[in-house]
Design a protein around this ligand. Structure first.
Ligand SMILES: [Zn+2]
Ligand SMILES: [Zn+2]
Length: 335
């Protein structure tokens, strides 16, 4: 393991533990510094004990670099590998084992921190057969949402990557914004080219309930939309769920075959349990998605699996237990 690989893995582990504190930031910085310095210089400094003279390398990151260079166990990392495992209940494990892919994630093309290839390699490493790349759409300017031109370029890049990564498959997709009137911020011409479309509300979350219901139902009924992303938009402890009529929304999801996403981000865990129960009662389809913005976050699916088990989501209604071919047949079917 090279020092850069060791630091990358430390960042990955802290990320899967949702550690966003000082320590995690310091390791991200140390990784940047280690990448910018020639390997020879790192080795010389490790021998001379001058790693910490580099701005951004502290005692902990210096130790990781030294141990990686020594070729033995990196003690700090070994400890972290144990401590940062994402908790999975026995019942949740049944769901996790059944998942063949992840339908929601972001790369550096929008607001993610990793390349598409790094996301793919990590998805493979945790046992997936495929993933759907769903960067943001143009309306989310803060997240560098993809214009039709950039999206077309991304689709070309994905085709090349797929040749190298086979049999693993990267399916093309997008997380489109549900605009205030329920229309989407990409046209039919763009959406029809993609393997899978997630539609999510990211703005005007405080809209009056009746209006929000109409807005969501309109998007759910759009034939290009396959998955309804993080339906309430809540941020646990920071932002209340938006209000809508769950009977209309989940009846529409069931009727139009739009899967209800079980979003696994620890700060979202969306939908909340009572709403998830209602969706189950309506016979909806589901997807259990990480919504990862980094490689470590791809390991968040257990959060949603635990919940799915708790609420009794039927396993055969979870569309990312399908093979890639079956998933594509499902997204393309006219219901
Ligand atoms: Zn989103
Ligand atoms: Zn997302």
């Amino acid at each position: 393991m090279t020092p850069v690989e060791a630091l990358e893995r430390v960042v990955h582990c802290l990320d899967r533990a949702h550690d966003t504190g000082f320590k995690a930031k310091a390791f991200v910085r140390a990784l940047d510094v280690a990448k910018a310095v020639l390997p020879e210089e790192l080795a010389e400094r490790a021998t001379a004990g001058t790693l910490t003279d580099l701005d951004g390398i502290g005692d902990s990151s210096a130790k990781v670099i030294q141990q990686a260079l020594a070729g033995g166990d990196v003690a700090y990392l070994a400890d972290l590998e144990q401590k940062t495992q994402v908790p999975l209940t026995e019942a949740g494990a049944v769901y996790r084992q059944a998942l063949k892919g992840d339908l929601h994630m972001h790369s550096r093309w929008s607001d993610g921190s990793a390349t598409i290839e790094a996301m793919a390699r990590n998805a493979m490493a945790i046992g997936h057969e495929y993933m759907v790349l769903t960067d943001h759409s143009p309306r989310l300017t803060v997240a560098h949402g993809l214009s039709p031109e950039r999206l077309a370029q991304q689709v070309e890049d994905v085709a090349l990557l797929n040749e190298r990564l086979a049999p693993f498959r990267i399916l093309t997709g997008i997380e489109v914004d549900i605009l205030e009137d329920g229309t989407l911020d990409h046209g039919d011409d763009v959406l029809s080219q993609l393997d899978l479309v997630i539609a999510s509300v990211h703005s005007k979350l405080r809209m009056e309930g009746k209006q929000m219901t109409e807005r969501m139902v309109r998007a759910i009924a759009n034939p290009h939309v396959d998955v309804l992303g993080h339906c309430t938009g809540r941020m646990i402890g920071k932002r209340d769920p938006s209000s809508f009529d769950p009977d209309y929304v989940f009846a529409a999801c069931a009727h139009f075959h739009t899967a209800v996403e079980i979003n696994c981000r620890p700060e979202r865990l969306d939908p909340p349990r009572p709403l998830l129960k209602i969706a189950v009662d309506y016979g909806c389809w589901f997807s259990i998605d990480s919504d990862a913005h980094s490689t470590g976050q791809l390991e968040w699916q257990p959060h949603g699996c635990n919940r799915a088990a708790e609420v009794g989501v039927p396993l055969d209604r979870v569309i990312n237990t399908f093979t890639a071919d079956r998933l594509l047949a499902w997204t393309r079917a006219e219901f």
